[in-house]
Design a binder for this molecule. Structure first.
Ligand SMILES: [Zn+2]
Length: 279
């Protein structure tokens, strides 16, 4: 079954990972800018990373037959550094003009500090002003509920940013209702060890239905799985969900959300072929 992975940090993965994703049906990925595992020391360091996402990764993906798009922004972890965040944010508007850049992300909160909230608010304001789509990271573990609440409170302060153009990612059982009620898209990111498993994601779909819910692997440099979406598909099939519902979650939903950016395109016939295949 064809699928789109909307949250994949491919810069941290090998070319073999691209090939395996393509073999399991992946036709497109979107890659949010994030923390590299170490703090960058200059705004230029961020620009170099953004160039990797805009120039090198689309080529590597294309060689495997996958379309690659990116989200640019100041990641939650390093957004605590106000000095560097201010400089990076000045450079974002120009970079957003890139042909494969579909919005601002992943932005949001990590430890829910005052600095992080300030940088996050500035980036939401930038998205509202520039009419950009947004991909938001919500904090993991004990800060998730509090962080998600603050994330949504800030979004409400910018009514010119339509909720349907905002994806609140890393949703879990205790945060998904608030996200969906706000009119936002909710992302479930699947991890092999911690956080949401394929089985928990299927439980969530069974409880809330497929409307405005996306699933992704969120693979990065840590323990993670570039084939998490196919494993979700396998779990859906094991529980005998019909192919049309599975297709809705792994292909139609991300396609509908991402196509709000006029830059997001699949090769001619891919969407139609995927629909015919799902029957
Ligand atoms: Zn991420």
């Amino acid at each position: 079954m064809r699928y789109i992975d909307h949250h994949a940090h491919m810069a941290s993965r090998t070319t073999d990972d691209y090939a395996n994703m393509a073999l399991t049906g992946c036709v497109a990925v979107t890659e949010p800018a994030f923390w590299a595992g170490w703090d960058r020391s200059t705004p230029e360091g961020f620009e170099d990373y953004f160039r990797q996402l805009m120039e090198f990764e689309p080529k590597r993906a294309a060689a495997a037959g996958i379309q690659h798009y990116t989200w640019l922004g100041m990641n939650p972890k390093e957004s605590d550094n106000r000095e560097i965040s201010i400089e990076v944010l000045k450079r974002i508007p120009k970079l957003l003009e890139g042909p494969t850049v579909i919005g601002i992300g992943e932005i949001g909160l990590n430890r829910v500090t005052k600095n992080e909230i300030t940088t996050y608010t500035e980036q939401v304001e930038l998205a509202a002003t520039l009419g950009q789509m947004v991909l938001i990271h919500t904090p993991h573990l004990e800060d998730k509920l509090k962080g998600t609440r603050i994330t949504i409170d800030v979004l409400r302060d910018f009514p010119s940013l339509p909720p349907g153009r905002v994806l609140v990612d890393h949703a879990e059982e205790h945060t998904i209702e608030a996200i969906l009620e706000g009119g936002y898209w909710a992302g479930l990111t699947l991890y092999p060890q911690t956080k949401v498993s394929a089985a928990r994601a299927v439980d969530i779909i069974e409880k809330y239905g497929p409307e405005r819910i996306l699933v992704a692997g969120a693979c990065d440099w840590g323990p993670s799985d570039p084939l998490a979406v196919p494993r979700f598909i396998a779990e859906m099939r094991r529980r005998r969900h019909d192919e049309a519902l599975i297709h809705r979650v792994v292909f139609e939903n991300p396609f509908r959300f991402l196509s709000q950016s006029p830059k997001f395109r699949l090769p001619a016939g891919v969407a139609e072929a995927a629909a015919a295949q799902a029957g």
